[in-house]
Design a protein around this ligand. Structure first.
Ligand code: CP
Length: 307
């Protein structure tokens, strides 16, 4: 059996491993020079079959800041996928050129197929509406840096909880820390999928409630995780248009929020957070972006076995 380590789903990392990644990321932040040659001679391949700004460029920045190099493609059309090459074959081919792969794909499970066929580590950089484990690591580092802890808090997830893969991964990860409860804020049509409700929340007796009212939930929240309504996953454009502006965070809606609230968003945002909120010190989403680079540096080191 291969001992190559991949990251496809956040639940394959133990809490101890997540804590170690956070510790490494914090050390990178404090001592960047110590890490600047750690991946000299190593190559990261970014295989992005779906658009991205943060994830792809933060992976590439992460590898460059570790002294390594980057190859890859940013759209399926510019790769041989456009000629019909399978993900499995692509993974075998890229294994000849690179040391580690970060893959984003619109089909759920595609990075898993790549992992089964690659001879190098594969990182899921987002697969359909399924999972986005490195966004979750980013979110966890952000929560840790903002709050100084990962347990004992009320986490509100708001928006498109059905298609929002970052929410599914975040709930899976935060459920493993003590004293965490969730308020799931969404329109009826965009509630979390049954598997998240049953296999994670109910199966582990995690306290949660579901509501359509952000204002009603606000006073209880320590974390507010806002999400965009995922237009690209809707079958009906009319449904998207009807639901897209259900929640628009403006400064007045924070009136009853805790002074210690932290507002996260995986970005990109569309309308769901007004730019007027950006000035509020509780808005963490741009600090969150930077954390993404540091935690991806830590992850690359871990998967490549670099001490
Ligand atoms: N948060 C996130 O995944 O952003 P991108 O789609 O820009 O990578």
């Amino acid at each position: 059996m291969s001992d190559i380590r991949h990251l496809i789903d956040i639940s394959t990392l133990t809490v101890e491993e997540i804590d170690a990644l956070i510790k490494t990321a914090l050390d990178i932040i404090e001592n960047p020079a110590k890490y600047s040659e750690k991946c000299r001679g190593k190559k990261l391949a970014t295989l992005f079959y779906e658009p991205s700004t943060r994830t792809r460029l933060s992976f590439e920045s992460a590898m460059l800041e570790l002294g390594g190099s980057v190859i890859g493609f940013s759209e399926a059309q510019s790769s041989s996928a456009s000629k019909g090459e399978s993900v499995a074959d692509t993974a075998k081919v890229i294994s000849c050129f690179a040391d580690i792969i970060a893959m984003r794909h619109p089909l759920e499970g595609a990075p898993m197929v790549a992992a089964l066929n690659a001879s190098i580590p594969v990182i899921n950089a987002g697969d359909g509406g399924h999972n986005h484990p490195t966004q979750t690591l980013t979110d966890l580092l952000t929560i840790y840096r903002e709050k100084g802890r990962l347990g004992h808090m009320t986490v509100g997830c708001c928006g498109d909880l059905k298609f929002g893969r970052t929410v599914h991964s975040l709930i899976a990860a935060m459920s493993r820390y003590e004293g965490v409860d969730f308020v799931l804020i969404s329109p009826e049509e965009l509630r979390v999928p049954e598997n998240v409700r049953n296999d994670i929340l109910k199966a582990n007796n995690i306290p949660y409630r579901e509501t359509e009212s952000l204002l009603e939930a606000m006073p209880d929240l320590d974390i507010l995780y806002m999400t965009r309504v995922q237009r690209e996953r809707f079958i009906s454009e009319a449904d998207y248009v009807r639901l897209k502006d259900t929640y628009i965070m403006t400064p007045d809606k924070l009136m009853d929020a805790k002074e210690t609230l932290s507002i996260l968003h995986p970005l990109p945002r569309v309308n769901e957070i007004s730019v007027a909120v950006d000035k509020d010190p509780r808005a963490c989403y741009f600090r969150q972006v930077l954390n993404g680079k540091y935690i991806r540096m830590a992850l690359i080191l871990m998967l490549l076995g670099v001490k």
